[in-house]
Every structure is written in C-alpha cells, then in structure tokens.
Design a protein around this ligand. Structure first.
Ligand code: FAD
Length: 549
C-alpha cells in the first residue's frame, strides 16, 4: 500500500498529525496505531476510570524499578490520562534556545497551543475554534479539602489564579481539563471526528504495529507493519513517528538510526550514527500522601472529575528555576476505586518535582532487540530532585496541619503500597470486595480506622519528623513515576551530535523522516505533556503543509 504521508503512532500527537495532514484532499495519509480504535464509556467518562487498565496499555514494558506501562489505544495518552491540559511556563520553551532550537520560544508556540483548544471558560490568551474543548471545575464545586487549602495557601504567598494556562507563576487554581459536559475529549475524539474520518484521503489502520522503517539508502520509504493478517509493507513519500517518548526512539534504534557502537553490538546495520537517540529521557517523579477525609472534606457525589485543583509553588532552591514544584489534589484516590465507598473517603496529595533535572535513557534489550525497549529513568539521581522532594514532605505536613485543613481531615499518611492497596485499586470482584471491607473500616471510629490506615502507610507527621536520611530512603523507595516520558529524540542544531531532529522535526542524517511527539522536547516543561505534545504536532504539521505549497 502506498501513501504520501505515513503517520506511525495514533496517540496525542498522531491524531493531530493525521487530521491536519489530511486536510489537503490531494495528499493521502495513513495512520498506523498498534492499539485498538475504540472509545468505550470508561474512556469517554471524565472520571478517569481507565487508570492502570491493562486493556489500553503496552503491558510488557518496565523501567529499572518494575513495570512501567504506556498507552496503547487510538488517542494514546489523551484517551486514558488524567485530562490535565497545561501549557507549561513561558521559560520552559524559551530555554530551548540554549540548544540552538529556533522558532520554539513561547511566543512562537503560543499560536499552536491556541490552535489545539476551544477554551470554554476564558477568552484572551486562548483559542476558541480548536478541536479540543477545555473546561475547569469552578471553585464552588471543589471538595471541602480543596476549599480549605484555598483558604490556607494565600498565607504562604500562594494566591488564586483563575486561569492557570494564561498566567504562569506560583499560585493555586482550577485545572484546565480536556473535558466537555462531563466527557473526555481525547485527541482521537477531537481530531478524528466522524467528519474527519469520512475523508477519502485518510486511512486509519488500528491494531497495526510498525516493526521497523524501510530505507532506500538513507531515504525512508515506508515501514514494515504487523497486523492480525501478518506482516505488510507500507510505502510512503514521508514518514512521521508519533509513537511517544519510549517507542519513537525504540523504532529508530531498531531501524538502524542511533548510537553506531550500540547498534553494531546488536548486529543492527547502521543507517545513521546519531548518538542522541534514546538519550536525554525525562519524566516527572511523584510522591503521594493519603488523607482520610471527614465527611465535610469530601468531594460531592455528583463530582465529574477526581482531580480538579492544583497548586504551583517555588522550592526556593538556588540552583532551580522558580515555580518548580506542583501539587495535584486528588479529591478521591485515582482510578476506578475513586467512585467506590472507600476511595471517596480518601484524598491523595500528589507532589511532583515539576522542573526536573535527572535524566535517563531508552535502549534496546541486548538479549531481545526486537522486544520491548529497556527504560532507565535514573529518578532523583540529580540531587536537586531528591532534595526538593524531601522538602516537599515538610511542605505537605505544614499545609495539612493548618487549622482550616485539620477541620476537614482525620489522618494523613505516607503510603508504603502494600499488595492489598494495589489489589484494591485494580478491577474485578476481589478488588470490589476489599474496597467494601476497607470502606467499613474507614467509616468506623478512630482506633479501627487508624489501625486500617497503619497497614497502608506511616503517619505523615512521623515521616516528616524523621532524620533527613530516613525521609530520603522513604522518598527513593515509594516515589512513583508519572507518565510524562520525553526527550529521547531531541530537537537541536544540525551540527549538534546529540540532536536527533531539526526545528521542523526532520530526523538528522536521513531523508523523508520526522518525529513529532513528546520525544523531541530538549527539556521537560513544568507540566504534563499532553497539551505540549498536541501543540508540537500542530506546529510540525503546519511546517510540513507549508513546505508542500
Ligand atoms: C495514566 C496517564 C496519566 C497521564 N496524565 C496526564 C495528564 O493529566 N496531563 C498531561 O498533560 N499528561 C498526562 N499524561 C501524559 C500524556 O498523556 C502523554 O505525555 C501524551 O499523551 C504523549 O503523547 P504522544 O503522542 O507523545 O504519545 P502517546 O499518546 O503515548 O501515543 C503513542 C501511540 O503510539 C502507539 N505506538 C507506539 N509504538 C507503535 C508502533 N511501533 N506501531 C504503531 N503504533 C505504535 C501507541 O500505542 C500509542 O497509542 C498521562 C499519561 C498516562 C499514561
């Protein structure tokens, strides 16, 4: 099968790319996605019910600490994520100029953010005709806990920011969500609408995995694909990788584009020796603190999203940029459990080192180069990341001990993730039974509840009063990875050996190949990647279309 553009990976970036490129009816576009083309109610609901659901994930991936899943469904991360739609701060983009990246300052990328969005709440700095509707939960609908935090934060110099995307800097406010009338607007739903899908020049091949790229010398001429019918070859005038921060690098490496010595060791013929492929892997580390809420602290039963409130603050550490920390307030525990009687009694304060410095890598597995790539995050290896997380424990304790907050909170605990908690957060009858038992224990009087919580974690006050080394050990052991994987095919100057793509996403050292997803970010923005990824795909699609005219 032959096409003008072959887009590989139908996630946040790939849906945008396929939609925009196929606006020109003269250009044929094929979008290849390994996952299914489906949007069951669990995805469509804004309640974030898909958290950890294996059906929508690559389940064979791991990092150095254990399983680390990635999205595998049309829409990618945007179909199963927490729906937080943040741009990041202007300086996040402005700092990319230090890598010789031109045309990606905040002023340059702002029009592409606006192209993505239809902001339902604010005018001014926003777009209003983009495919992704953006809406916030108003303060009147926040939980008692979030309202109490909103009363306490100004005393720490953190004021209310009504529009967290238009205004950067420290403060708290409602999270912009890709949501309309209680439903998720994924990239697939927004960009591959029924009208777009009717285009005769767009073919969506779901359940199809690209195995490797095909070359004529250094020119990419398509890819080998495997679907339920077996292997196939797709040929294309230009190929665009949108497989995300792990798999775009993995596909390049498997195809012979990457560090020459590493590829030769694996007997992979080297097409282009690009030492930067798979390096520079960024992700945000997270720490969870659980809080058992009194009835007046809980989210109302009619709530539509479990995490509508966030706080940005500055650690004040001298070697870090301002507004480097984030606190997401999960008014219920994330996932299916949120809507169970036990999950709705517990809030989670999710502390994130938002401007992160530790970096890792994605490499092919020496024993199985054609299998899942090996992911090594090296979390907290940059001392600044570790120290800020340790300091975050005290920040949380102080917030939770403020009188307005204690009036809605029973106990705060630092989770140690026992198997029972993991089982409860899953699916199935056993999970539901345990959740029911848990809800009874949590509703019981103080001693029974405290006994139940002791199985889940250590009291926060006790952890915060420990020696710094002990807090460091806790943080290293129980932190969790977020899913903001990025940086492994980074933008840069043509003469920069560590750069993988140029300012228009073209892969250096080969022809007719681009990358247009989270992997091209030189550094990670102080935000989740979903909206920045869609902005990136809009910008590169626009460059491609203008090159054609
Ligand atoms: C549980 C979860 C919660 C998150 N919460 C948030 C949040 O609230 N806010 C936020 O901003 N970000 C969040 N993120 C991260 C965000 O969703 C991602 O950063 C973003 O979706 C990445 O977009 P992408 O296009 O680069 O990759 P993805 O969206 O991951 O898309 C890559 C796609 O490529 C496909 N693919 C990979 N390899 C191949 C191959 N060889 N052949 C064919 N197809 C292939 C995959 O199946 C996948 O669908 C979250 C992610 C997860 C998983």
């Amino acid at each position: 099968m032959e096409t003008d553009y072959l887009v590989i990976g139908g996630g946040s970036a790939g849906c945008v790319m396929a939609s925009r490129l196929s606006e020109d009816p003269k250009r044929r576009v094929i979008l290849v996605e390994a996952g299914k083309d489906e949007e069951p109610p669990a995805i469509r609901s804004a309640r974030f019910l898909t958290y950890g659901a294996p059906r929508f994930l690559w389940n064979d991936l791991a990092d150095e600490r254990g399983p680390f899943a990635q999205p595998k469904v049309l829409g990618g991360g945007s179909a199963i994520n927490a729906m937080h739609m943040q741009r990041g701060a202007p300086q996040d983009y402005d700092e990319w100029a230090a890598f010789g990246v031109h045309g990606w300052s905040y002023a340059d990328v702002l029009p592409y953010f606006q192209k993505v969005e239809s902001d339902l709440d604010f005018a001014g700095a926003h777009g209003h005709s983009g495919p992704i509707k953006v809406h916030r939960v108003p303060p009147s609908e926040w939980s008692g806990l979030s309202k109490a935090l909103a009363a306490v934060l100004p005393k720490r110099g953190l004021g209310h920011i009504p529009d967290m995307n238009a205004q950067s800097g420290d403060g708290f406010g409602a999270v912009p969500l890709n949501m309309d009338r209680g439903e998720r607007i994924s990239a697939a739903r927004g960009y591959l609408s029924p009208t777009v899908r009717q285009r005769k020049n767009l073919l969506i091949l779901s359940g199809s995995e690209a195995l490797r790229l095909r070359f004529a010398e250094r020119r990419v001429i398509g890819a080998e694909i495997r679907d339920s019918g077996g292997p196939k070859i797709l040929t294309a005038g230009e190929t665009v990788l949108c497989c995300g921060g792990v798999y775009s690098a993995g596909l390049l490496l498997r195809s012979g584009v990457g560090p020459g010595a590493q590829l030769r060791e694996l007997s992979i013929p080297v097409v282009a020796d690009r030492p930067g492929v798979g390096e520079n892997l960024y992700n945000h580390p997270m720490l969870f603190v659980g809080v058992h809420l009194r009835a007046e602290g809980r989210q109302p039963a009619r709530a539509i999203h479990p995490c509508p409130f966030l706080v940005r603050y500055s650690s004040g550490m001298s070697a870090c940029t301002p507004t480097d920390m984030l606190l997401n307030v999960w008014e219920r525990v994330p996932g299916r459990l949120a809507w169970d009687p036990s999950g709705s009694q517990v809030a989670i304060l999710n502390l994130i080192v938002n401007k992160v410095y530790s970096r890792g890598s994605v490499k092919l597995d020496r024993g199985r180069p054609q299998g899942p790539p090996k992911v090594q995050f090296n979390f907290l290896t940059d001392e600044r990341d570790l120290l800020r997380m340790i300091a975050g424990v005290s920040f949380l304790r102080e917030l939770l001990n403020a009188p307005q907050v204690t009036s809605v909170v029973n106990e705060a605990f630092a989770p140690v993730w026992p198997p029972i908690a993991i089982t409860m957060m899953g699916d199935g009858t056993k999970a539901q039974f345990l959740s029911l038992l848990g809800s009874v224990a949590l509703r019981a009087g103080g001693p029974i509840r405290r006994r139940a919580l002791r199985d889940l974690g250590v009291p926060l006050d006790q952890l915060a009063a420990s020696k710094t080394d002990d807090i460091a050990t806790y943080v290293r052991t129980y932190m969790l990875p977020s899913y903001h994987v990025s940086g492994t095919c980074r933008l840069g100057r043509q003469d920069d050996p560590a750069a993988v793509v140029d300012n228009s996403g073209r892969v250096l050292g080969v022809d007719r190949l681009r990358v247009a997803d989270a992997s091209i970010f030189p550094t990670l923005m102080a935000a989740g990647c979903n909206l920045p990824v869609m902005m990136t795909a809009e910008k590169i699609a626009s460059a491609m279309l203008s090159e054609q005219t």
